[in-house]
Design a protein around this ligand. Structure first.
Ligand code: HEC
Ligand code: HEC
Length: 328
């Protein structure tokens, strides 16, 4: 494969600033410290995210399970569809504000955004490919050598660069402009019902789904019954510590209106049912049940209704429609 002449030109990528929204904490580690964010790196990462060649049969790019209109979760499916008519064993989470996420996956089994893509690319029930094949396919596609050169200084294609580019794209996805954010910035106001819902949220939910990220990034058991098909014990499968049995990552509730179905296995179809779980569904006999939930969460029907209205104010249509993150 002939490499184009662009390699002889001076390497002048366009730096991009990563903006921390006003009032948000700085991420605990800077994911761009060893991976300087540039427009060229971002564009390469975006092309790779939508690239079927990262999967064995070409049909399962990252974006096949991570759909923008669903905040990059899999819309409407409990488990996602992968290679050879197989299914994942967990619900695909939305992808945004990953720069603040210290540990990834429902069990926290992945601790860096730059290694995460190796998991789906090589999983037989997801993209079912191996990295060497992926790199060969990219080398043989005339579009890629110049894009790697523009992003990294020369046309060499290797896994480290591919992973860094994907991290630049995914790490740039920030969702911070929902109605909730506009209210916090004083640009608009909640309706009375939304405000009531917010008050309930702060009392009953925010100790785990903590603002402004709507997660405290911890692993907890919120009292779901064990799934008899999947036998998924969550965090314990990573730590081998029985104290972690049935603990899963507290998911962000940003864009939650779009990321249905809910919970690590997608067992809950609609938002009001997810809230109902806390009211009447908690399995109180589980030794690792979070102490905050030992008595369930009591709530009137009206409080539940207004809580849904509040959660809907976390839908960030600017992020969901942002052409910068959209496939071509
Ligand atoms: C077949 C569907 C599927 C494909 C294809 C897929 N993913 Fe995922 N993704 C998932 C599922 C399911 C999870 C949750 C895994 C878990 O918790 O064990 C996930 C989790 C993630 C996470 C962690 C999010 C979090 O909140 O912890 C990131 C980041 C991610 N995927 C990025 C990617 C990238 C990049 C690609 C392409 C290289 C990709 N995914 C391809 C289904 C998929
Ligand atoms: C003790 C911590 C804790 C409290 C309190 C809590 N949650 Fe959760 N929440 C979790 C955990 C952990 C999960 C993930 C559970 C799983 O999938 O196994 C979760 C999942 C969810 C989900 C599913 C989101 C998704 O993307 O799948 C919703 C919706 C939700 N919680 C809403 C609420 C609401 C509303 C309240 C208050 C009434 C609340 N939670 C209180 C810990 C908590």
């Amino acid at each position: 494969m002939a490499v184009k002449k662009e390699v002889d030109q001076p390497f002048t990528p366009t730096p991009l600033a990563f903006k921390i929204p006003n009032g948000w904490p700085a991420p605990s580690t800077n994911i761009f410290a060893n991976n300087p964010l540039t427009e060229e790196g971002f564009q390469l990462g975006k092309k790779l995210f939508y690239e079927g060649k990262l999967s064995k049969d070409g049909n399962f790019p990252c974006a096949s399970c991570h759909q923008q209109f669903a905040a990059f979760a899999t819309s409407d499916h409990d488990l996602s569809h992968g290679f050879n008519n197989s299914f994942t064993t967990r619900n695909a989470p939305g992808l945004f504000n990953l720069a603040w996420m210290t540990q990834m996956h429902w069990d926290g089994g992945i601790s860096h955004i730059e290694v995460q893509p190796l998991a789906p690319i090589t999983a037989p029930n997801e993209m079912a490919e191996n990295i060497e094949n992926v790199l060969n396919k990219l080398k043989n596609d005339a579009a890629y050598p110049p894009m790697f050169a523009a992003a990294f200084g020369d046309a060499q294609i290797n896994s480290q660069r591919m992973l860094k580019a994907l991290a630049q794209f995914m790490g740039s996805m920030v969702s911070a402009n929902a109605k909730y954010d506009k209210v916090m910035r004083g640009e608009t106001a909640f309706t009375i019902s939304e405000q009531n819902g917010y008050n309930t949220f702060k009392q009953k939910c925010a100790s785990c789904h903590t603002e402004p990220l709507f997660t405290d990034n911890s692993f907890r058991n919120n009292g779901l019954a064990v799934n008899n098909q999947l036998h998924d014990f969550g965090r314990m499968m990573i730590t081998n510590n029985t104290a972690d049995s049935l603990k899963f990552k507290v998911p962000s509730l940003r864009n939650v209106q779009r990321t249905f179905p809910y919970m690590h296995d997608g067992r809950v179809l609609v938002l009001s049912q997810a809230i109902e779980h806390y009211r009447t569904g908690i399995q109180k006999n589980q030794p690792t049940l979070d102490p905050l939930l030992a008595n369930g969460i009591s709530m009137t029907d009206n409080e539940k209704f207004e809580l849904v209205l509040f959660l809907n104010t976390l839908t960030d249509t600017e992020f969901l429609n942002n052409a910068r993150f959209a496939g071509q």
